[in-house]
Ligand binder design. Structure first.
Ligand SMILES: Cc1cc2nc3c(=O)[nH]c(=O)nc-3n(C[C@H](O)[C@H](O)[C@H](O)COP(=O)(O)O)c2cc1C
Length: 202
């Protein structure tokens, strides 16, 4: 029987294409892909959705895609900027669409590891945002990874070409990706991915 290849979905960023939050998300997703997982990215305009309305079942194509990707996901990575001390409305609204998974065999994000990344100008907002993201993942019945990643401070973590130039951020994002992907591989009864595959990823 063919092996099921775990699918890791990344969700987050801002409406600004290639924002530093999106770069952090992509860096972690690339590390997840290096374990052999399939990956999908929902960022920027993918998350510009109508305000979630539980009483209205009409869904835009982008909203249907988001819900379908979360439904198929074996692991999730979320990245939000810190806006006024918490996650952005863009990311929160996207996560509210997980309500459409409530009657699934795997409701909401149950059975899935979720890595959370918070990116803010200051550490206070980054830490508060990370805590808020992890609380939301708990509410959605997901498994927040042991490591969550805060990115903050005045020194940029990413170069203009998108490469990660801060070794601490690089190592933490790779570790988070390994935790998400490793959980997904194990939940599928497969050999866990190899840490050296993560470290070898560019
Ligand atoms: C509306 C808004 C509110 C923000 N509030 C905070 C805040 O409370 N604390 C903080 O450290 N940074 C704050 N920031 C800065 C963002 O966290 C920072 O720009 C972002 O994480 C990095 O930006 P990028 O992903 O757009 O590149 C805010 C930015 C915006 C646009």
């Amino acid at each position: 029987m063919p092996l099921h290849v775990p699918r890791i979905v990344a969700l987050g960023g801002t409406t600004r294409p290639d924002s530093s939050t999106e770069r952090a998300l992509r860096h972690a997703l690339d590390a997840a892909a290096a374990t052999g997982a399939q990956v999908a990215m929902l960022a920027g305009d993918d998350l510009v959705l109508p305000m979630y309305a539980p009483h209205d079942s009409a869904r835009t194509p982008a909203a249907l895609r988001l819900v379908d990707e979360l439904r198929r996901a074996d692991g999730v990575i979320i990245a939000s900027p810190g806006y006024h001390g918490s996650l952005s409305g863009l990311v929160k609204n996207a996560l509210d669409y997980a309500e459409d998974l409530r009657t699934d065999a795997r409701p909401y994000l149950s059975g899935r590891a979720v890595g959370c990344i918070a990116n803010a100008a200051g550490w206070q907002a980054a830490v508060a945002t990370l805590g808020a993201l992890r609380d939301i993942v708990h509410a959605l019945r997901g498994w927040p990874t042991p490591l969550g990643v805060c990115i903050g401070g005045t020194d940029p973590a990413f170069a203009p070409d998108g490469s990660c130039i801060d070794p601490r951020t690089d190592e933490q994002l790779r570790t988070l990706a390994l935790e998400v992907a490793g959980f997904a591989h194990r939940m599928r009864g497969q050999a866990p991915c190899r840490p050296d595959a993560i470290r070898a990823a560019a």
